[in-house]
Write a protein that binds this ligand. Structure first.
Ligand SMILES: C=CC1=C(C)c2cc3[nH]c(cc4nc(cc5[nH]c(cc1n2)c(C)c5CCC(=O)O)C(CCC(=O)O)=C4C)c(C)c3C=C
Ligand code: FE2
Ligand code: FE2
Length: 361
């Protein structure tokens, strides 16, 4: 289960930021080694305070473990012939890292592995970076031939994910009085990306829009809705419209009730608990937006746990080594590591594992 990760303690904030701003696959900065370090160390005290205010660290590992446990229990029932199923966490910028996951898998005698991104929608800077690092970690640990791989690289239109988002929106709307409910504007908010990434041809904006469209249909939403992007950091230009700007503009035209729906995250962490709930919440209230609320994160929502298991089971049944989109490298990509494959990939899925050599690396 691959994700960005987050600092579990306040002491881990600075190392986490240093690793993140050093990664050229998530953000490209001029003189990255120097500027990345500068931004990370300068940002750390502020970000430490933010994590302090949400309980002293990120809950992303706790949620990922709860999701993994529930997913594997369901998979053991759904697919006894591939049981027992085990999950391992591979975070990009905090422990457990890809190397930790691979070593633990080897120690447990695992031979068949599914690299399952926890970002529903693809971006080269998130799932792409995690996968590139996973393949590098195979080399670092000398475990190139230990596992036969397949990849779940995107699932933003999966029916179970879409239905869990729709039911989270229902719960979000239930927070309003009956007479207010029709007046609520549903503001889908996704993590933004540097425009440079978009200009290379990254699939993220289209995949986010597809998720929003499917969720709106599944929720049979009668409320007006829109999509904006949050969490811009660093001195580069970011994809808009920005969630913060939209809140200001909606408040200026008298919109009182806004329900924010985080569409690109599967659990609570700093972007939901701090940025939306505290930072945007205070902004909205200061501007007279009395009904500013957020739909609950998916966390351990039963429909979502079912969805995670269904995504993996469907993947195993499909026999596909990865999505048809996976090999579609961004036309503007100059990173030789992108869209590589490990040396052992399935051609037929778990139920009939035959192995082919890496098509490219
Ligand atoms: C520096 C560039 C960043 C890009 C590009 C980016 C994209 C991106 N991130 C997520 C998901 C998460 N990001 C989280 C925190 C976080 N992200 C960045 C930077 C970029 N993200 C920073 C510096 C931080 C740390 C907090 C801060 O300093 O503001 C997290 C949460 C971590 C946690 O608390 O557990 C997640 C999750 C996505 C989906 C995405 C683009 C598609
Ligand atoms: Fe981020
Ligand atoms: Fe790339």
């Amino acid at each position: 289960m691959m994700n960005l990760g987050g600092p579990a303690t306040l002491d881990e904030v600075e190392p986490f930021l240093l690793r993140l701003f050093a990664d050229k696959e998530i953000i490209q900065l001029p003189w990255q080694d120097v500027l990345g370090k500068f931004i990370a160390t300068r940002r750390a005290p502020k970000v430490r305070k933010l994590y302090d205010a949400i309980g002293g660290g990120s809950p992303i590992l706790t949620w990922t473990k709860a999701q993994g446990d529930a997913m594997c229990a369901r998979l053991d029932e759904m697919s006894p012939d591939t049981a027992p199923h085990k999950f391992y966490v591979s975070f990009r910028y905090t422990a457990p890292f890809a190397d930790d996951a691979l070593k633990a898998m080897k120690a447990d005698g695992i031979t068949r592995a599914v690299a399952f991104t926890q970002y529903p929608q693809w971006s080269c800077s998130t799932t792409g970076s995690s996968l590139n690092d996973l393949w590098r970690a195979l080399d670092r640990t000398g475990l190139q031939d230990a596992f036969t791989w397949s990849i779940i690289d995107r699932w933003g239109e999966h029916e179970g994910f879409v239905r869990s988002m729709a039911s989270a929106i229902d719960d979000g709307l239930d927070q309003y009085a009956d007479h207010e409910r029709d007046d609520v504007l549903v503001l889908f908010s996704a993590h933004s990306l540097p425009l440079k990434v978009i200009d290379r041809g990254d699939a993220y904006p289209a995949e986010i829009a597809a998720s929003v469209s499917r969720v709106v249909q599944a929720a049979e939403l009668r409320n007006p809705y829109m999509l904006s992007f949050q969490s811009e950091v660093g001195p580069v230009r970011w994809l808009g419209p920005s969630t913060e700007t939209m809140i200001k503009q909606l408040a200026a035209r008298g919109q009182k009730n806004v329900l924010v729906v985080p569409i690109a995250f599967t659990s609570d962490h700093i972007e939901t608990l701090s940025e939306i709930d505290i930072e945007y919440g205070e902004l909205a209230h200061s501007l007279g937006m009395t009904g500013f609320k957020r739909a609950p994160s998916l966390n351990a929502r039963t429909e979502f746990l079912d969805a995670l298991a269904d995504i993996v089971n469907g993947h195993l049944e499909s026999g596909q080594p990865h999505s048809t989109q996976y090999k579609q490298n961004c036309p503007g990509c100059t990173n030789a590591a992108c869209r590589g494959l490990p040396s052992k990939m399935t051609t037929q899925g778990t139920r009939d594992v035959s192995v082919e050599s890496a098509a490219s690396r």
